[in-house]
Design a binder for this molecule. Structure first.
Ligand SMILES: C[S@@+](CC[C@H](N)C(=O)[O-])C[C@H]1O[C@@H](n2cnc3c(N)ncnc32)[C@H](O)[C@@H]1O
Length: 244
């Protein structure tokens, strides 16, 4: 599939859902994460360890929070931010300083870029929305330069002694907030369901290692319901900042 080809029927459903919640997306995110989302996006951008003049690809950029955080951290980097929701991209492109970022429609399943085009690839809440997680990560491996980094922000099932109450809270509070604040219970029921049903960090790490990534690490955030995972493509290119 090329970058311009149509998403699968699953992808089309997901795309339409995000188109429909674009206007309320940032407000809902702030409410559901008690304002922590922006800090996680900054951490994702920081963990990308982009060389000063490097090239970052932010997939599933949504309203562009990770891309904007990367712009603040790496003022002279080239930043390309993509999403298959045109409504999200339109909103992102209206943000302050958005003109220094290239906003581009793209499906993460099949990227139009040549092999080894980017120094880092980031993504917030992409993987639980795709049917082929390993395939999407393999595509990122392909477009990364040797030594380049991938960083993933994603929801995950909670663990530990708070597991049951937190899961119950997610099942009830998130759809309710979606209905009351965004008028869309369906989209936020989907969020709760896919978050609780998604992989644990250990499983995503194993998938990354299976593809060939090294130096995989992760941290759980927010009562263990969110994770940030990072990894490196082996090797290094002259002039790249392939840090340990
Ligand atoms: C929950 S939002 C996250 C936005 C942003 N990364 C953040 O952290 O706020 C998920 C985004 O992924 C996009 N998305 C889902 N599947 C995609 C795919 N296969 N290709 C490109 N974008 C996709 C949706 O359109 C949506 O904007």
């Amino acid at each position: 599939m090329s970058a311009t080809s149509e998403p699968s029927s699953h992808g089309e459903d997901v795309r339409q859902m995000f188109d429909a919640i674009t206007a309320d997306y940032d407000r809902m995110n702030a409410v559901m994460t008690l304002g922590r989302h922006a800090a996680w996006c900054t951490e994702v951008a920081r963990r990308a360890q982009l060389p000063a003049d490097g090239h970052l690809l932010d997939l599933a950029t949504g309203t562009g929070v990770i891309a904007q955080a990367a712009r603040r951290l790496y003022p002279s980097a080239q930043i390309t931010a993509g999403d298959f929701s045109q409504a999200m991209l339109d909103l992102a492109a209206r943000r302050p300083a958005a003109e220094s970022i290239t906003w581009e429609p793209m499906d993460a399943n099949s990227l139009r870029f040549d092999d080894e085009s980017f120094d880092a690839v980031t993504q917030g809440y992409l993987l639980r929305n795709v049917e082929d997680v390993a395939g999407v990560l393999r595509e990122q491996y392909r477009v990364l330069r040797p030594g380049g980094r991938v960083v993933v922000l994603e929801t995950c099932p909670p663990r530990g002694i708070l597991k049951l109450p937190v899961a119950l809270g997610m099942r009830t509070v998130i759809p309710l907030a979606g209905r009351l604040l965004a008028g869309n219970k369906t989209a936020y029921s989907y969020l709760a369901r896919t978050s609780l049903g998604f992989a644990r960090p250990e499983q995503v790490a194993a998938t990354l290692e299976g593809i060939g990534f090294t130096d995989v690490g992760w941290r759980r955030r927010f009562l263990t319901t969110n994770m940030i995972i990072w990894a490196r493509k082996p090797g290094s290119t002259p002039g790249s900042a392939a840090q340990p």
